[in-house]
Design a protein around this ligand. Structure first.
Ligand SMILES: Nc1nc2c(c(=O)[nH]1)N[C@@H](CN(C=O)c1ccc(C(=O)N[C@@H](CCC(=O)O)C(=O)O)cc1)CN2
Ligand SMILES: [Mg+2]
Length: 294
């Protein structure tokens, strides 16, 4: 006799993102009517990495479609750090710019920590500046990194509230793993951060009600690791010979999980929608108008 195969609810990141973009567009219209100006987002791309160029183009299109002013700066790959810092200083001083985003990764001759630290924290729509990371960690209002923010929004949509759930975040990057853990903690989850040196990763994943995979290793987390009924959020975007795959082995995990994000079409679209949200939040705070509920 074969065991019955159950199948998880697929969390539709594209639909969540479309709904958030719609709410942002409505908020932008209200902001523009109140202030007489559009929120402005400046995106800086250094070099010509094809994936980064695609993301920057998508961000520009989505920004304009939401009714905001999209400003794009493309710099040559050999620009020196001083040149990039000069542009950041200009954008900091420009009153029409509410959000500044420097697309990562940067070329290896540039210190990305120095560039992030040069961005005005009030305009840091990526939420990567140490001031925003510290504000998030201490429970103060912050600009929150877009990818983890998108993940937490989808988790809340699935679960309602998250208090008391066991969550594991696999990966400890400043962009995803660490802020994700902070957001889950703020929702009163019991949080484990696992990484390449974790001794028994299987056990950490196996006991979790929520698994957030952000390791950058194609299909590393298999269905057999997942607690039946758990919610699985796959942040991985790995280009392989089989095409784009996540950090979770979707085909096996979908049979065990209660809900799961696909790749593509899961977390990725929410990253850009949350960037628009953060830009409107930054603009509202800078202009001293009421922040929309998003
Ligand atoms: N300054 C930043 N740099 C980077 C960030 C970031 O948030 N801020 N995140 C990633 C890249 N990224 C946005 O910049 C991003 C990645 C993926 C997607 C996305 O929609 N992915 C699609 C698949 C698209 C594809 O085929 O590649 C999906 O998952 O459905 C959006 C944004 C690193 N750099
Ligand atoms: Mg995805």
């Amino acid at each position: 006799m074969t065991a019955p195969i159950s199948s998880a609810t697929i969390i539709d990141g594209k639909a969540h993102a479309a709904a958030l973009r719609q709410r942002v567009a409505e908020g932008v219209a209200t902001f523009t009517a109140a202030t007489g100006r559009q929120p402005g987002l400046a995106v800086v791309l250094v070099g010509e990495d094809p994936a980064s160029a695609v993301y920057v183009r998508s961000k520009g299109k989505a920004t304009a479609a939401a009714g905001m002013n999209s400003i794009e700066h493309r710099l040559p790959v050999d620009i020196d750090q001083t040149g990039l810092l000069e542009l950041v200083a200009e954008l900091n001083a420009d009153d029409g710019v509410d959000g500044i985003l420097v697309q990562l990764p940067l070329p290896s001759h540039i210190d990305s920590h120095a560039v992030i630290a040069a961005i005005d924290p009030a305009k840091d729509v990526d939420g990567f500046h140490p001031v925003n990371a510290g504000r998030l960690a201490t429970g103060l209002p912050a600009l929150v990194p877009c990818t983890p923010l998108g993940c937490i929004m989808m988790l809340k949509a699935v679960h309602g509230h998250l208090a008391g759930l066991d969550a594991v975040v696999v990966g400890r990057s400043n962009i995803v793993g660490k802020p994700m853990a902070q957001l889950l903690l703020a929702e009163s989850c019991t949080v484990t951060i696992a990484h390449s040196r974790t001794r028994d990763l299987f056990a950490a994943v196996r006991r979790a009600d929520i698994v957030v995979a952000a390791v950058g290793i194609p299909r590393m987390i298999e269905g057999g690791w997942i607690k039946p009924g758990a919610t699985v959020i796959d942040v991985g975007i790995n280009r392989t010979d089989d095409g784009l795959v996540g950090d979770v082995d979707f085909d096996s995990a979908v049979q065990v999980a209660g809900a799961i994000t696909p790749v593509p079409g899961g977390v990725g679209p929410m990253t850009i929608a949350c960037l628009l949200r953060n830009t409107l939040v930054a603009a509202s705070r800078r202009a001293g108008v009421a922040e929309p509920e998003l």
